[in-house]
Each structure stands twice: as structure tokens, then as C-alpha cells.
Design a protein around this ligand. Structure first.
Ligand SMILES: [Zn+2]
Ligand SMILES: [Zn+2]
Length: 300
């Protein structure tokens, strides 16, 4: 049986000709039988590809031969080409869509003016150092708000955003201005969203901004459920959530009956299909599998 794997990676680096990179990456992936999703912009690359282990290794080697990508970090994950419907390699304005392609500045070392990168153990150092000075560190969730319903850093601030494009409006709202002279640690799944978010926050006057290297994934690998993280991690594949250890607490609640759950399901109303949290029991019952909006409108 052939071994399969998925690679996850990103690099912020200036690309003079994104279209040429796209063509090269597309040809490379196709020749190796890989599937997945790669986004390229003038500011870098962001990809997830799956395939046979040797093909994946070849892909990594070839990709690193291109000077701007020579120090790119690749994360391995279980899975393969079959986890993706097709191969998609696209040029976009941004490799993560904040709606601020003109604001982000990158050089060969990455994003310019972003938050200070912290290794997982340094997260605790920053928290302890702030405590010693009588200050509190604010954990600032860099994901879509619904992801935090099943897991987040303890006492984290969860901005009211449906998509990453809502962040600028949210930060500009003034809601978080009290954090401008406090230490703020931004975090997201794998770290890429915070590369941009932390720079946008610094540009808007947040003075002491940090980001976690490798995001929640790397923090969880190190501390599991015995550190400052609480609950499950939302993941963008069929599993939809993962736990770091058996001790993970279930912080999500069924929108219908409030039972603890970490499982997102689509509302059963065909014209809605909103992703909401449902317990296993309510998920079995088409009547109960209705998001609160649809339950309300049914009573009108
Ligand atoms: Zn329920
Ligand atoms: Zn609904």
C-alpha cells in the first residue's frame, strides 16, 4: 500500500511574476499527481497539497529550489490527494483575504512590521512577564468567530467576524482600543492569518503585538490540554474538529438543546444550511437540526 501525505505551507516573500510561479507550480503538481489548493500573490504563496509520499517529497524539494521559497517550512499531515476534489492553483490579490492587498508590505524575510513571533514556550514567558508588571496579556483570536465556539485560548477576545475580510472594520470600530497599550497575542490555526492581522493591528496603533509561530497547531503539539488552550480545534477538512489529547474539554453547546458538543452541522432547512453546533441527538432529528434563525421564522 502506497503511503500518502498532505503538506501545508506558506511563505510571505515578494514574487515579481506570480503568473509564472502559478504555471510552474501547476505543472509541477500535475506531473507528480498531486491535488490541493495553492494561492499565489505578489506577496507569496499559501498551499495545501496531498499525494503519494515520494511525490510529496519531490514537490517539497523542487519548490525549495526556487530561491524565494528556499527556507519555506512545510508541515506534514495525514491524508492524501483523495482529500481534495481537484488541483487548483490560482493567482489572487492576497494569499489570505483581508481585503488589504495595498497595505501589506513584505520582503525576503516575510511580512514587514508584523507582530513578534513567539514559540509556544515563549507564549508563557510573555504572559508571566506581563503578570510580574501587573499587566494582563490579551489573547486575540485571528480566526472566524464560529471557530472559537468549540475552542480558544482561555479568556481570549473573539472578534465578531464572519470572514477574515471583516477584521479591518472590526479593529477600526474602536472596540479594542483599550488593548492598544497592552500586550496582545494574536493566534490562529497555523499562523498565517496572524502574519497579516498582527501587521494590520500594529499599523493601527496597537503597540505590543505578538503572534504564535505555527499557530494553535504548534502550541497544541507542545502543551496539549495542560496549557492555556481550551477545547477543540476547528479544522478545514472533513473531520471539522480535532482534539490535542483525551483531556480536551467540550466548550461548545448545541444551539437547539444546549448539550455540550464540538460538532458543526448544516441547518436542515435547504434554503439555509448555516453551519451551527448541534449535539449528536439533535443532529439525528431533522426538526431539531434547525438553526435558531430558522426555528424563529417557523413560528412567525
Ligand atoms: Zn441538542
Ligand atoms: Zn437555518
Amino acid at each position: 500500500m502506497a503511503l500518502n501525505r498532505i503538506l501545508l505551507y506558506y511563505q510571505f516573500t515578494p514574487l515579481a511574476d506570480p503568473e509564472a510561479v502559478r504555471l510552474w507550480q501547476h505543472t509541477l503538481c500535475e506531473s507528480l499527481g498531486l491535488r490541493g489548493r495553492i494561492i499565489i500573490s505578489k506577496d507569496g504563496i499559501n498551499g495545501t497539497v496531498g499525494g503519494e509520499l515520494n511525490a510529496i517529497k519531490q514537490y517539497r524539494k523542487k519548490t525549495r529550489e526556487y530561491a524565494p521559497f528556499k527556507s519555506m517550512e512545510f508541515k506534514w499531515s495525514e491524508g492524501g490527494a483523495e482529500d481534495f476534489p481537484r488541483l487548483s492553483v490560482k493567482v489572487r490579490d492576497e494569499i489570505v483575504s483581508f481585503g488589504a492587498p495595498g497595505e501589506l508590505k513584505v520582503d525576503e524575510n516575510g511580512v514587514i512590521g508584523g507582530g513578534v513571533h513567539l514559540k509556544p514556550e515563549q507564549v508563557h514567558e510573555v504572559v508571566d512577564a506581563a503578570k510580574a508588571e501587573g499587566k494582563e496579556v490579551a489573547f486575540f483570536d485571528g480566526r472566524n468567530a464560529f471557530e472559537a465556539q468549540i475552542g480558544k485560548f482561555k479568556n481570549a477576545i473573539v472578534p465578531d467576524v464572519d470572514t477574515t475580510r471583516d477584521f479591518i472594520k472590526e479593529i477600526d470600530s474602536g472596540k479594542y482600543d483599550h488593548l492598544k497599550d497592552q500586550p496582545v497575542i494574536t493566534y490562529c490555526t497555523g499562523g498565517i492569518r496572524c502574519e497579516v492581522l498582527s501587521a494590520l493591528m500594529k499599523n493601527r496603533g496597537f503597540e505590543e503585538v505578538y503572534q504564535i509561530d505555527g499557530g494553535i497547531v504548534r502550541y497544541g503539539e507542545k502543551y496539549g490540554d495542560s496549557g492555556l488552550w481550551e477545547g477543540s480545534l476547528y479544522v478545514f477538512d472533513q473531520r471539522m474538529h480535532m482534539e490535542f489529547t483525551e483531556d480536551a474539554v467540550t466548550i461548545g453547546k448545541c444551539v437547539n438543546c444546549s448539550a455540550p458538543t464540538n460538532k458543526f452541522e448544516n441547518c436542515s432547512n435547504p434554503s439555509c444550511r448555516n453551519l451551527r453546533l448541534f449535539c449528536a441527538e439533535c443532529a439525528q432529528d431533522e426538526e431539531a437540526l434547525r438553526c435558531p434563525d430558522c426555528v424563529e421564522s417557523a413560528h412567525i
